[in-house]
Ligand binder design. Structure first.
Ligand code: GLU
Length: 311
């Protein structure tokens, strides 16, 4: 049983030790992200029992970015089941940067992972919907059900991304030409860009992790939002590709499924126990939050969680 007092101390210690370490730089290919104050930092834990522990600016709303891919994958698994997702998107690491075109070229245009841009755009296109608005609303609803009803689109961030996403548009057309695009490519890219442009708090991100940790029940709303058989698939995909091309290093050093985004957010899941989230904008070269990785890893280490250790 997780000791709440120890958890509070672990979160506090992780924050004190790593929330202001130097290194990294804000993502600047999306203008909105370049302007976020780089010294903001937060770390939070939400347990499967519904306990919430946090330190720092845990109510600050930041850009979900790539972490949205986890929610869209969840929706896809609910819509289609695991075999269709494996066949039409994939369940492998690319070993390449998150927006790699070379990764597509090397695999006959198959995106391999729903957690890189190509796979996420293909995933967005596969969500069951009759219109662009329905596609978007279903994805937003999943973010809200897994995290919180407060999660919402930032019009300013969306505008910033939509006006600079030519690389993702190119990826959408490449997917189309290879037969891995399941709606109009520009509709998929539009909705994918919106799903990256929602804002959430570190506590809401940890809640998403807790929903995955509890087999699909949001521990704060008590609502079942995912079938229990789908959460292990999501966690497996997170293990393979959640921290892009340093997912292997993360598994080796931390030993927990994780997912990061270029907005500075990062999430790790301890199955059956909790979600651990952190936020700090400066990123390493791969695109993962420098301080966020350290804070999440520290909480896991202090509390003794590593999936490969066993009980
Ligand atoms: N919206 C970003 C993009 O598509 C998300 C990337 C990320 O967080 O890795 O480039």
């Amino acid at each position: 049983m997780l000791d709440l007092q120890k958890t509070k101390l672990a979160v506090e210690q992780a924050y004190q030790q790593f929330s202001q370490i130097p290194g990294g730089a804000n993502a600047d290919y999306i203008p909105f992200l370049a302007n976020i104050p780089g010294n903001l930092a937060a770390v939070a834990v939400v347990t499967t029992r519904g306990d919430v522990v946090s330190a720092g600016e845990a109510q600050y709303r930041f850009a979900i970015e790539s972490i949205s891919k986890v929610c869209t994958l969840a929706l896809l698994l609910e819509d289609w089941g695991s075999e269709v997702v494996q066949e039409k998107i994939g369940a492998e690491a690319t070993g390449m940067p998150f927006n790699s075109v070379m990764a597509l070229d090397l695999h006959g245009g198959k995106p391999l992972s729903p957690l890189v841009n190509a796979g996420a755009i293909a995933s967005t296109s596969l969500v069951k919907a009759h219109s662009v608005e329905e596609r978007w609303q279903r994805i937003l609803l999943m973010q809200r059900q897994m995290g919180s009803g407060q999660i919402a689109l930032s019009a300013e961030l969306n505008e910033s991304e939509q006006s600079t996403n030519s690389h993702n548009r190119a990826i959408a057309w490449l997917l189309h030409s290879a037969g891995y695009m399941y709606c109009d490519p520009m509709e998929a890219c539009d909705v994918y860009t919106r799903q990256c442009s929602t804002l959430l708090t570190t506590v809401e991100l940890a809640t998403m992790g807790a929903t995955l940790a509890s087999g699909g029940i949001n521990p704060l709303t008590k609502e079942r939002v995912l079938k229990p058989e789908n959460t292990p698939r999501i966690l497996a995909e997170m293990t393979m590709e959640g921290l892009y091309d340093s997912s292997g290093d993360w598994a080796y050093t931390v030993g927990l499924p994780g997912k990061s985004g270029v907005g500075g957010g990062i999430l790790a899941v301890v199955p059956g126990v909790m979600g651990i989230a952190a936020f700090a904008p400066p990123l390493d070269k791969v695109g993962n939050s420098v301080r966020g990785q350290k804070m999440v890893a520290a909480v896991a280490k202090i509390l003794g969680f590593n999936l490969y250790k066993g009980a």
